[in-house]
Ligand binder design. Structure first.
Ligand code: NCD
Ligand code: ZN
Length: 359
């Protein structure tokens, strides 16, 4: 049995408020624990989006009642909330800015709308950017101009990882994450995921070319975090005429990465660095005492939706043979998950920012 520290997923969508038929703090944090994740940072592109005191209070009230694992909630950057977002920063995971189109209403096109956020948001937390290709380059320019940290969400392209390397070499405060689906899938896998329903292959950023996937693997030293971008939508929605983009991911990330370890493409130390040490430092997250994850590195099994806690009811990795299974998760001294069973009640999970502010 291999013992890992509590793993942190800095990018999940829990759909609360407004779309709890897809997921909520209860189902999403249960799924996280089943995946060996003990802390999640939740995105703000909900309905309504989380962008002020009222909406933050709304989501945190649900979270407090429902969460099984520890968590913090992102604030979304809007055209007029820079002051408010900066004021709420101590209670938030960080600030999320959407610079490219995706699911939800939070996109900021005009660069002059980015400026007040870069000026005002506290520098001890990163601004997380959904930014692809050239808008990512613009985001890195902002990090340089304002000399403050930015964290690039879900990079997927060779040009992105190479530009981040160059920016880091020049001392610009940029960090980044990559998602399992951009490491384990390319465009060529879309037909296999779709089974005739093209919406199942839709995700933002889109699945990329094989060459991009290879570039992510060969530049792993530039990649600070593994994050799922757990973006649950129901199978019915994915198969509709207007399929929303997004893949679920919290229950498959660790088995996929452990399979890569088994195949000698990755090391356990890299998993610990990118799912514990680095996210903790980048997002200024507290230690979770008496918290660890036990995995059986030799257990080989098939990924099956029917064994998952997520409410979305599908996974792009259905039927994949993986090697490495989460057996037991201990969270703050309590066995939270063991042999497929969830053992902590809704409400056991703590808002880590609230705890930090009390201290
Ligand atoms: C995300 C979602 O569904 O909320 N979808 C996605 O394809 N990644 C939105 C996002 O992270 O941009
Ligand atoms: Zn996302």
């Amino acid at each position: 049995m291999l013992k890992l520290p509590g793993l942190i997923d800095p990018h999940v969508h829990l759909r609360e408020p407004g779309a709890t038929h897809k997921e909520d703090y209860d189902s999403g944090t249960s799924a996280a624990l089943a995946g060996g994740i003990t802390m999640v940072l939740a995105m703000p592109n909900t309905k309504p989006p989380i962008f002020d005191q009222v909406t933050l209070d709304l989501v945190l009230a649900s979270a407090k009642k429902k969460a099984h694992c520890d968590y913090a909630q992102f604030i979304g950057a809007g055209p007029e909330n820079a002051e408010m977002a900066a004021r709420l920063a101590p209670y938030a995971a960080g600030l999320k800015m959407y610079l490219d189109s995706t699911f939800g209403e939070l996109r900021l096109d005009d660069m002059s709308l980015w400026m007040p956020h870069f000026e005002k948001f506290p520098r001890d937390l990163p601004i997380v950017l959904h930014s692809e290709s050239r808008s990512m380059a613009a985001g890195i320019l902002f990090a340089a101009l304002y000399d403050r940290p930015v964290h690039i969400a879900h990079i997927s392209l060779k040009e992105e990882v190479l530009l981040i390397r160059a920016a880091k070499e020049r001392g610009i405060k940029v960090t980044c994450e990559v998602c399992p689906h951009h490491l384990f899938l390319s465009k060529d896998d879309i037909p296999g995921i779709s089974h005739g329903h093209p919406g199942r292959g839709e995700v933002r950023p889109r699945l990329a070319e094989k060459e991009d996937v290879e570039a992510l693997w060969s530049n792993l030293d530039v990649i600070d975090c593994f994050a799922t971008d757990h973006a649950p939508h129901t199978l019915e929605e994915k198969d509709s005429n207007t399929p929303p983009p997004g893949f679920p991911g919290v229950e498959t990330i660790l088995p996929l990465l452990l399979t890569a370890v088994h195949e000698e493409r990755l090391t356990i130390d890299q998993i610990i660095e990118k799912m514990h040490t680095n996210p903790k430092r980048i997002f200024n997250l507290p230690e979770q005492p008496e918290t660890w994850v036990e995995v059986d590195e030799t257990a080989s099994y098939q990924v099956k939706t029917s064994q998952m806690y997520s409410r979305c009811g599908w996974t792009p990795f259905e039927g994949w043979q993986v090697c490495g299974q989460v057996k037991r998760v201990v969270l703050r001294g309590q066995v939270a998950f063991e042999n497929g069973k969830l053992l902590v009640e809704p409400g056991y999970g703590k808002n880590i920012r609230e705890e930090q502010n009390i201290e």
